[in-house]
Design a protein around this ligand. Structure first.
Ligand code: ASP
Length: 401
């Protein structure tokens, strides 16, 4: 295949073409929404079996439960530290640039926003599926992951031949899901073209201009986090040049950008990390599904900036202790946010309430949310891909490429 026709180049061209098409042929782009939706549905179709089988196979394929502890602990430390760094950077940037302080915007009316009440006990309970089949049917990823991990760990303790039976069964499911994923991935340029065209046609670009100081602060912070903070972590702990790794896994980032959904991107992330990123499937199969669900650096960073921006616009001066509250709640909100479009915005109600800001103020930033969602989801997925590489390097070291 000639270089230009490589899938990732075609996908990139499709994104650019989609932007123009959506801008100049608005009604056609709106009419043709279904094509993008079909692509999205095909990706989503694979998520549940893939998450379940890949986690099961990754864990049962380990030599001992000590390996699982080692991978799990490293992944956990990575998730928490990078997410906190992201929120901290967001807070520093927003204090530096102070977007919104000179701005007066009219409150858009009729914003149907409900507060998301998440107490700590509800938060913990939401991890445990009281009925796994219900969780599977409803696509509740976190409870499914919880069960898959438990199921896999339990399987490590049963008789060897029975363990192999289950392992082979789920390994076969995993492999065939990956074949389907490859087929769906080959449709990516078409899918992203229509997804982007629709997004541009629906949202336009005017709100971006009106809220430019806020948009630019978010983008600059996301960029710094992606290439400076995460780049350095990848370089020092993953022992790989961030730019070459970026070039290898960019297909997943472009899908994240176009779908604004970490979960929908999961089949692509797993395929790219293992096939091109040199990550062992025992690591990618565990770290990526978990990461797509709880590790959202882009979302965490975005939320801290958005809340501070809302405070600025409404003329509320937030104290240091309120900013610390934002730091903690934004971290948890990003863990609790689902990997779907707009989830970060919904979780933001929790942060606004924690510092006593009215949730209706979210209406001020809704107009640019989808646009920023595309960028923050790409950073969420980039963070997951780096996590997989770093954990892979720390656990398997020289054995991996
Ligand atoms: N759309 C994001 C994701 O799927 C979540 C968010 O809204 O921030 O990763």
């Amino acid at each position: 295949m000639s270089k230009l026709l490589k899938l990732e180049n075609l996908t990139f061209l499709a994104i650019i073409a989609g932007i123009f098409f959506g801008y100049f042929f608005k009604s056609a782009a709106l009419e043709l929404k279904v094509v993008g939706d079909i692509y999205l549905a095909l990706l989503k179709m694979l998520i549940i079996p893939l998450v379940f089988a890949s986690i099961f196979v990754a864990i049962v394929g380990l030599e001992s439960s000590d390996d699982l502890k080692s991978i799990g602990l490293k992944a956990f430390i990575y998730y928490l530290s990078t997410t906190s760094l992201a929120v901290a950077l967001g807070l520093v940037m927003v204090n530096m640039f102070d977007p919104g302080s000179q701005m007066s915007l009219d409150m858009p009316s009729a914003a149907a926003i409900e507060a998301k009440e998440v107490g700590i006990s509800d938060f913990l309970l939401s991890f445990i599926p009281s009925n796994i089949f219900k969780a599977l049917a409803n696509g509740q990823i976190l409870p499914i992951i919880f069960f898959a991990i438990f199921f896999a760990v339990g399987t490590m303790y049963i008789a060897k031949e029975k363990k192999s039976t289950l392992y082979n069964f789920f390994d076969a499911i995993n492999d065939s899901m990956m074949v389907l994923a490859k087929w769906v991935i080959s449709l990516t340029p078409i899918g992203v073209f229509f997804l982007i065209a629709f997004t541009i046609a629906k949202n336009g670009i005017d709100p971006l201009i009106e809220l430019y100081s806020y948009v630019l602060t978010v983008l600059a912070a996301l960029f710094l986090h992606a290439f400076v903070t995460l780049g350095a972590i990848l370089y020092f702990f993953g022992k790989v040049d961030p730019f070459s790794y970026f070039a290898r896994v960019k297909e997943a980032l472009m899908v994240a950008f176009s779908t604004a959904s970490s979960s929908a991107t999961l089949p692509v992330s797993i395929e790219t990390a293992t096939q091109k990123g040199g990550v062992d499937k025992k690591v990618s199969g565990f770290v990526l599904p978990l990461g797509a669900t709880i590790n959202m650096d882009g979302t965490a960073l975005y939320e801290s900036i958005a809340v501070m921006f809302i405070a600025n616009i409404s003329g509320v001066e937030l104290t240091l202790s309120q900013q610390i509250t934002i730091f903690v709640t934004a971290t948890f909100a990003s863990i609790g946010a689902a990997g779907i479009p707009g989830a970060g915005l919904i979780m933001m109600t929790m942060i606004l309430e924690s510092v006593g800001l009215p949730i209706e103020y979210i209406a001020l930033i809704i107009a640019v949310d989808r646009f920023l969602d595309m960028f923050r989801t790409s950073i969420n997925v980039w963070g997951d891909m780096i996590g997989a590489k770093v954990v892979n390097q720390l656990v398997f070291g020289k054995k991996s490429k």
